[in-house]
Design a protein around this ligand. Structure first.
Ligand code: UGA
Length: 433
C-alpha cells in the first residue's frame, strides 16, 4: 500500500520505517528539515534500539523516503498523523496545534476513498472534530483513530508486533483498509478491536493512566515503608504473585517521566474537567503528586546522607534519560533530580550512555561526562537514577576504589544492595529499610 506518515519523531519515524520494512511504500513528512535530512541519509535522529537497522534496510528497498514537502503525500491512500501533542504552556491541557496543523496541510492532497489515520494521543472528542474538518474539505476522504501503544526502547518490536490494534472508526469502510495496512501484525496474532472514535481515544489515555496509577501506587507504599521499616521491593514481589495484580510496573523508585505518562494524565484531568466529570479522574492528581514527591524524596535523601547539606559536595548522577534504552529526557526524573541537587549547591556530574546531548541542550549548567568512572571519581555521593544495564552491572568494589565516600542512593531499587554493602557502601534504596 502507499502510505504517508506526517510527523517523524519517536512515533512517526519508527512507524514509517516499520511500515516500509513490512512491504508498504511510505513517505515520511516533517517540518524539521534537519530531522528529514538525517532520516533520508539513514541516520536515526534519536536513540531507539533496532531503528537504524530497519531504517537502513527500508531505505535500501526504495520503498521509504522522507521529505519536508507535504505535496509529496499525493499518491498515498492512507495518511498517518503522528505529530506531538505536548502539554500546553499555560495549562494541563494537550496542545493540539501540531495535530490541527497536520490535518489542515493534508486537506489539499486528499482524494476520494483516502483514509486519514490519527495516531497521536489526543483528548477525547478530537477525532470527531477533525472528521468534520476532513468532511468539510469535500475530498471524500475518511478519518480513523488508531492509537499507538509503543514503548520507547521497544518501539520497533511494539510497532511490528503490537499487543493490540484499536481502530476508532465512524465508517466501516475504514476497517478493511486498516486490516490491509496491518496484515502482518494481524496474521501474527495481534488482537484488533473496532470501536467508535471516543472509545479509541479513551483506550489510549486510560492505558497510560492505569500504568501511571500502578507506579504511583507502589511508590505510595514506598512512602509508608519508609516510616515503618518495611521493604517495598519485597512487598511488590509478594503482591505481584497475585495474577490479578501482576509484578510488572510495580517497581518503586523515583517515579515515572517521559513524553507520555506525565502529560497524558494531566491532559486527561483537564479534559475530564471540561466535560464536567473532573471528579471521575481526580485521583490522577494524587497519582501525579505522589510521583513528583519521589523526586523531592531523592533530593532530601541526598542532603540527609551527606549530613545536612550537599553544598560543595561532588554528586555522581548515573543516568539522565527518563528510562533505560532511550535518549529521551522529556520530564526525566533523573534530570530533575540532577537539577535540584545542582540548585542546592552540589557539584553535580551527570553521565548517561545516550541521553547527554539532549540533557545538555536543556540544562547546560550541569557537568556531563560520557565516562562513568569520571563521574564517579572522588564523588562524595553516587545516585543511580536511571537503571541502564551498565550501571546495574557496575562492580561496587571498583566503584569503592575511586569514589571519595562510599555512599550510594539507589533511586530505582535496581542495584544488588548486598553486594554494594559488602563493598563497604552505605546503601539507601527507596522504600527499603
Ligand atoms: C508509555 C506506555 O508504557 C506505552 O504503552 C505508551 O504507548 C507510551 O507511553 C505512549 O503514550 O506513547 P514510555 O513513555 O515509552 O511508554 O515509557 P514506560 O516504559 O511506560 O515508562 C514510563 C516511566 O515509568 C519511566 O520513567 C519508567 O522509569 C517509569 N516506571 C516504569 C517506573 O517508575 N516503575 C515501573 O515499574 C515501570
Amino acid at each position: 500500500m502507499k502510505l504517508s506518515v506526517i510527523g517523524c519523531g519517536y512515533l512517526g519515524a519508527v512507524h514509517a520505517s516499520a511500515m516500509a520494512e513490512l512491504g508498504h511504500e511510505v513517505v515520511g513528512v516533517d517540518v524539521d528539515a534537519g530531522k528529514i535530512a538525517s532520516l533520508a541519509a539513514g541516520r536515526a535522529p534519536f536513540f531507539e534500539p533496532g531503528l537504524p537497522e530497519i531504517l537502513a534496510s527500508a531505505l535500501e528497498t526504495g520503498r521509504l523516503r522522507f521529505t519536508t514537502d507535504m505535496a509529496e503525500v499525493q499518491g498515498a491512500s492512507v495518511h498517518f498523523v503522528a505529530v506531538g501533542t505536548p502539554q500546553s504552556k499555560d495549562s494541563y491541557a494537550a496542545d493540539l496545534t501540531y495535530v490541527d496543523g497536520a490535518i489542515e496541510s493534508l486537506l489539499p492532497y486528499l482524494s476520494e476513498g483516502d483514509l486519514v489515520v490519527g495516531k497521536s494521543t489526543v483528548p477525547v472528542g478530537t477525532a470527531a472534530r477533525l472528521a468534520e474538518i476532513v468532511d468539510a474539505g469535500g475530498s471524500g476522504a475518511m478519518l480513523a483513530w488508531n492509537p499507538e501503544f509503543l514503548r520507547e526502547g521497544y518501539a520497533v518490536k511494539d510497532t511490528i508486533e503490537p499487543d493490540r490494534l484499536v481502530y476508532g472508526v465512524a465508517d466501516d469502510r475504514a476497517v478493511p483498509i486498516l486490516d490491509e495496512v496491518y496484515a502482518s501484525a494481524i496474521g501474527g496474532g495481534s488482537p484488533r478491536l473496532v470501536t467508535d472514535y471516543a472509545t479509541a481515544e479513551l483506550v489510549k489515555v486510560a492505558a497510560n493512566a492505569f500504568l501511571a496509577t500502578k507506579i504511583s501506587f507502589i511508590n505510595a507504599m514506598a512512602e509508608i515503608a519508609e516510616v515503618t521499616g518495611a521493604d517495598v521491593t519485597q512487598l511488590a514481589d509478594a503482591i505481584g504473585h497475585d495474577a490479578r495484580i501482576g509484578r510488572r510496573f510495580l517497581n518503586a523508585g523515583v517515579g515515572f517521566g517521559g513524553g507520555c505518562l506525565p502529560k497524558d494524565i494531566r491532559a486527561f484531568t483537564a479534559r475530564a474537567e471540561e466535560l464536567g466529570r473532573g471528579e471521575s479522574v481526580a485521583f490522577l492528581k494524587e497519582v501525579d503528586a505522589i510521583n513528583m514527591r519521589r523526586r523531592d524524596r531523592v533530593a532530601d535523601l541526598a542532603v540527609e546522607v551527606l549530613g545536612g547539606s550537599v553544598f560543595g559536595r561532588k554528586v555522581a548522577v548515573l543516568g539522565v534519560s527518563f528510562k533505560p534504552h532511550s535518549d529521551d529526557v522529556r520530564d526525566s526524573p533523573a534530570l530533575d533530580v540532577a537539577v535540584r541537587l545542582k540548585g542546592l549547591g552540589a557539584d553535580v556530574v551527570v553521565t548517561d550512555p545516550e541521553g547527554l546531548d539532549n540533557a545538555r541542550a536543556r540544562h547546560p549548567q550541569l557537568l556531563y561526562t560520557e565516562v562513568t568512572d569520571e563521574a564517579l571519581r572522588h564523588a562524595d555521593l553516587t545516585v543511580l537514577v536511571t537503571e541502564w544495564p551498565e550501571y546495574t552491572a557496575l562492580d561496587p568494589e571498583h566503584v569503592a576504589s575511586i569514589v571519595r565516600q562510599p555512599l550510594v542512593i539507589d533511586a530505582r531499587n535496581a542495584l544488588d544492595s548486598a553486594a554494594w554493602k559488602a563493598a563497604g557502601f552505605a546503601y539507601t534504596g527507596l522504600g527499603r529499610s
